[in-house]
Design a protein around this ligand. Structure first.
Ligand SMILES: Nc1ncnc2c1ncn2[C@@H]1O[C@H](COP(=O)(O)OP(=O)(O)OP(=O)(O)O)[C@@H](O)[C@H]1O
Length: 628
């Protein structure tokens, strides 16, 4: 077997230590040089990066004209064959930063030699959703370049026969999760010795999550067969001790591409995302989200995060009584359904998606513990016992297309969770906003998030400002209706809907399996935002009567609609990019341009007419309100 890459993490040999020290010094020098080079190397074109013309043509067809800063910096090093650690904020284009040079390297092999017995490139990602996303991206590039390269994706849930079929075509690229590889070894689908001979590039994408998803042992068994000559790339949105651990475990004298520490702390969220918050009691969250959506003071498409699956169904049932149709995404749904929901949302087939992120694993456990106390619930659980998918990851790294607003209905349980959630908007050349509903219980965590985002030097600045477009009058005008409807969304109704939805999706999932095989691009077979309740929403709830609408909020809502129309976003948001929007976003701070420490600064102060407590003022609209 070839000389492998694995390094013992706790090595105490002084010579090794000395060598590691030298490596670190070398790395630090690299970091500094890269920062200096970044300054000089701004705005290089793909041609100047010496990308293959076939790739440049493919990018043009995809509407991608200019490399992002992380792409400008990383591509030359990867083409040179260096191990690279790339840390750049969410939505900054890290996927293409490694896919383009990876493909270019494989171009030179393709056609000339005999096919290798095992893939030349492994791309490891933490979740199935990401597996699908990266696989789709690489496949579309291969198709557009018209080259004889084959990529496959494998996930642990695939039947053995499917895995064998996928690998039988001797693919050059394998996109998978770390858990899947040891499984393939155990089942004899992949041969470790063949991999040691063939593997040339190993990518660890979303590296900050790979260990936190519990893949450490899996990764160790992979690294033990990675040959030393193999080029390793580690892509990450945040800096963490896990990334350092992985770096030590796998990489050899890497080039580290990162934001300057201070700037990284200052701007972990794309600078073109305006962050707002609303202070309200836990019971009033339904009322506030109703006001936000029904009075249309936030722009579509909207991604709503909750912490538990039951809360998701409660919210869906509640909103549908007011004629607001939403779809639900969580880890208990079958994989095909999840992928289809993502695909439909990305295609703009519905505007509201309620997502439970990775925290659901913990909260689910809590939910179940509570259930133990409740006889009725326990009975119901016996009938219907969904299993959460360990490889599920809704938030991290998923490229939700054209999401304009992220709403934290429940606050995330960590700063990183917040950054990853907010990073689902403001991607590429788009702008976005976020609204967090913060109850008194969540205030401590919220303060932590705020002070982290403000950074050490600027502790008192308001990175997340009070949401200015909802007046107290506007919210109160909906209170009676909201509270009345909320009472009708009982725990039993929630549980029944959840079970019913899962049953439906299991049936859908089977249909989808053959559907995806036969017709992967047809998106109209199944709708995921269908109603849960059997009765249609009452007309008086569907349309808010004029006498109830607060004139100031109405004005704000009109502004939001106008802004949306101006962005070419007035109906479905699946269409092509609007030029006006493109121009505007490029001028403003966009996350693709803020890789360097000089990224534009977000406006920090709360506007006139906003209260510090996160509630909108009840008096007139301010200038900021018109621009929000
Ligand atoms: N050079 C570019 N020009 C315009 N759009 C781009 C460019 N590169 C990537 N994109 C688009 O930007 C979006 C975000 O890219 P990507 O998913 O790679 O970000 P990321 O840095 O991996 O984010 P995350 O850390 O959240 O996974 C994608 O829709 C992608 O197609």
């Amino acid at each position: 077997m070839a000389n492998t890459k694995e390094k013992p993490v706790d090595d105490v040999n002084p010579e090794v230590k000395e060598a590691e020290k030298a490596e670190e010094v070398e790395e630090q020098r690299d970091v500094i040089e890269k920062e200096e080079e970044e300054e000089e190397e701004k705005d290089k074109s793909f041609e100047e990066l010496r990308l293959d013309p076939r790739l440049i043509r493919a990018l043009t067809k995809k509407g991608i004209e200019k490399p992002t800063p992380i792409q400008q910096t990383a591509i030359p090093f990867i083409l040179e064959g260096k191990d690279v650690v790339a840390k750049a904020k969410t939505g900054s284009g890290k996927t293409l930063a490694y896919l383009l040079p990876l493909l270019q390297k494989l171009f030179s092999d393709c056609g000339s030699k005999k096919k290798k017995p095992a893939p030349s490139a492994f791309i490891l990602v933490p979740s199935r959703e990401l597996c699908q996303q990266v696989y789709a991206e690489v496949s579309s590039l291969i198709e557009l370049c018209r080259v004889q390269i084959k990529a496959v994706q494998l996930t642990s849930s695939m039947p053995l026969s499917d895995m064998r079929n996928a690998l039988a075509g001797l693919p050059e690229i394998l996109v998978t999760t770390p858990a899947c590889i040891p499984k393939c070894f155990a089942d004899g689908v992949l041969d470790p010795a063949a991999i040691s001979d063939s593997l040339e590039i190993l990518v660890l994408d979303e590296a900050d999550l790979l260990l936190s998803y519990g893949y450490e042992d899996n990764l160790r068994s992979v690294t033990s067969i990675v040959p030393r000559r193999c080029q390793c790339l580690l892509m990450s949105a945040t800096t963490s001790s896990d990334v350092e651990k992985l770096k030590k475990l796998i990489l050899h004298n890497p080039v580290v591409l990162t934001l300057q520490e201070g700037a990284d702390k200052e701007e972990p969220v794309p600078s073109n995302v305006q962050q707002f918050w609303i202070s309200c009691s836990a019971q009033d969250k339904l009322l506030h989200i109703l006001a936000l959506l029904k009075l249309e003071v936030v722009q579509k498409k909207i991604l709503i995060f909750i912490n538990t699956i039951d809360m998701g169904f409660k919210l869906k049932l509640f909103l549908e009584k007011f004629g607001i149709k939403t779809a639900i995404l969580n880890g208990e749904l079958p994989q095909n359904s999840r992928l289809h929901i993502l695909e439909q949302f990305n295609a703009g087939l519905f505007d509201y998606l309620i997502a439970t992120d990775d925290n659901s694993q913990q909260t689910k456990a809590k939910e179940e513990a509570k259930d133990e106390d409740n006889k009725e619930k326990t009975k119901n659980k016996r009938r219907f016992k969904p299993k959460l998918d360990a490889e599920f990851g809704v938030v991290r790294g998923i490229d939700f297309k054209k999401v304009h607003t992220v709403i934290n209905y429940d606050m995330p349980q960590s700063v990183t969770g917040y950054i990853h959630r907010i990073g689902r908007t403001g991607r590429a050349y788009s702008s976005g906003s976020s609204v967090s509903l913060v109850s008194p219980d969540e205030m401590e965590g919220f303060e932590e998030i705020k002070s982290f985002l403000a950074g050490e030097d600027d502790k008192d600045s308001d990175v997340i400002t009070p949401f200015p477009l909802l007046t107290e009058n506007a919210v109160e005008s909906l209170r009676y209706r909201a509270e009345d409807v909320a009472k009708s969304v009982t725990k039993i109704a929630v549980r029944e809907s959840r079970a019913q939805d899962l049953r439906n999706e299991i049936i859908n999932s089977e249909k989808l399996k053959s559907h995806f095989e036969a017709n992967p691009r047809d998106l109209d077979l199944l709708k995921h935002d269908k109603l849960l309740s059997k009765t249609a929403p009452a007309p008086h709830l569907k349309d808010i009567p004029e006498y109830l609408v607060d004139p100031k909020t109405q004005e704000a809502s009109n502004m939001v609609k106008l802004a949306r129309a101006a962005m070419g976003n007035s109906r479905r948001s699946g269409g092509g990019r609007n030029n006006a929007n493109k121009k505007r976003s490029r001028k403003g701070g966009d996350p693709l341009k803020t890789f360097s420490a000089n990224g534009s600064k977000r406006r920090r102060s709360g506007g006139v007419g906003q209260k510090k407590d996160g509630k909108g003022s009840s008096d007139g609209l301010t200038k900021k309100q018109r621009t929000a």
